[in-house]
Design a protein around this ligand. Structure first.
Ligand code: GLC
Length: 400
């Protein structure tokens, strides 16, 4: 399998679910609460004696992801606080050894496998319980070695005990280097244990894809990337955070990712009992309804050099999908298109649209006064040949 082939499904998927879940859901002030409030481990650890989710139903999570049109899922196996959802021979601070009394990662993986939903683990290299993380490898070489060995051992467990894994999503490598974490050796082990796995760039090595956080930023053409974004302002469950994004904002972000050739990993933060907040469910279901109708303009599309004053575009072969996020009224112009157009229609119902091509501009005419879809109306232009864009600058111009 070549490098490109093992990324194919992921590149086509475009939309995944990120899940931040751990004992930090109990204080309900986000997953950084231990650090932000400077809670010593001895005071924080008892949350693990309460964390025993009674309504945990990973099949329901997978079902929600499906309904939302998401095509892979990534769960926090262990976050910075050190609590492992899984059974580990190198830690006592784990779900099976505390109140939960069972491995909480396994049923999730099994639910994904049953549904043929590609599955990934988030894993934090750093662990706030280790003083060596704060002292660093130069000031505390012995402590650092212990941390690195523990981390490598856990990654080995994750890659050995749960069957096929599709994604390894590291985090928390800062402020140290790949050498400090022995990331090269780590990834070699991961790829031996899980051939075909896709690895993110947060073990301080580029690996397979970039991970812009809380914003959309396309990498250089050809370099895979995925924006990870929260549904409100928090990753872990935060009871006071009611700044929910609208379904429209989510669709617009997804379109922005797809038009730049990237993915969107959208986060939910389940409550301590394992249920996903109703607000998140509602937003995701609405986005899923939009994708049911308009998925063709997202999944498997390529980076597009075209945009209009009303939104972005996506491309698949000779089909150009014009995403009208701000409805302009009766006429809409698609500029800088050099390839002849053969037809124009609404994606949702196939209704043809009157159009005229003059120079590099396509005029879509006699459009309805109001947006047919208040999230994003998609218009498909079929092109007669390979899409070619007019460069603004004489020496060429690259979309950044
Ligand atoms: C950051 C945060 C973390 C969150 C992650 C998601 O690195 O430390 O809490 O899990 O980003 O991208």
């Amino acid at each position: 399998m070549t490098a490109c082939e093992h990324m194919r499904w992921w590149n086509e998927a475009r939309f995944g679910m990120f899940i931040h879940w751990g004992v930090y859901a109990i204080p309900a002030r986000g997953e950084w609460v231990m650090h932000q409030e400077h809670i010593p481990h001895a005071e924080y650890a008892p949350y693990a004696d309460q964390f025993n989710p009674q309504c945990y139903d990973p099949d329901a999570w997978v079902q929600l992801a499906r309904e939302a049109g998401m095509r892979y899922m990534v769960l926090t196996s262990r976050h910075h606080d050190g609590y492992s959802l899984f059974d580990s021979s190198v830690s006592q601070f784990t779900a099976p050894r505390r109140a939960a009394g069972r491995d909480l990662l396994r049923p999730f993986v099994e639910a994904c496998h049953r549904a043929q939903m590609p599955v990934g683990f988030y894993y934090s290299l750093l662990d706030w319980r280790y003083p060596a993380y704060f002292a660093g490898p130069r000031r505390d070489p012995a402590g650092w070695l212990e941390l690195v060995q523990y981390m490598h051992a856990q990654v080995r467990e994750l890659c050995t005990n749960y069957g096929k894994l599709d994604i390894l999503w590291y985090d928390g490598g800062w402020p140290y280097t790949a050498q400090d974490w022995r990331s090269d050796e780590l990834n070699t082990m991961v790829r031996e244990l899980q051939p075909g796995i896709i690895i993110n760039n947060r073990a301080q090595l580029p690996a397979d894809f970039d991970t812009p956080e809380q914003h959309v930023a396309a990498s250089a053409p050809g370099r895979p990337w995925e924006a990870c974004i929260t549904l409100n302002g928090s990753w872990g469950y935060n009871a006071a955070d009611d700044e929910w994004k609208s379904p429209r904002q989510v669709v617009s972000t997804l379109v922005r990712c797809a038009s730049g050739g990237g993915n969107l990993l959208l986060n939910v933060g389940p409550r301590p009992d394992g249920t996903i907040p109703a607000e998140s469910e509602q937003i995701l279901r609405r986005v899923g309804e939009w994708l049911d109708v308009n998925g063709e303009s997202i999944y498997g599309t390529d980076r597009s050099p075209f945009f209009t004053s009303t939104g972005m575009t996506t491309l698949r072969g000779k089909s150009l999908y014009v995403h009208v996020l701000r409805w302009p009224g009766s006429e809409l112009v698609v500029p800088r298109l050099l390839t002849p157009v053969s037809s124009a229609r609404f994606l949702a119902n196939g209704e043809p649209i009157a159009w005229e091509q003059r120079g590099d501009r396509v005029f879509l005419q006699e459009l309805p006064a109001a947006a047919p879809d208040d999230l994003d109306t998609v218009i498909v232009l079929e092109l007669e040949g390979e899409p070619r864009a007019l460069d603004y600058f004489v020496d060429g111009w690259e979309q950044s």
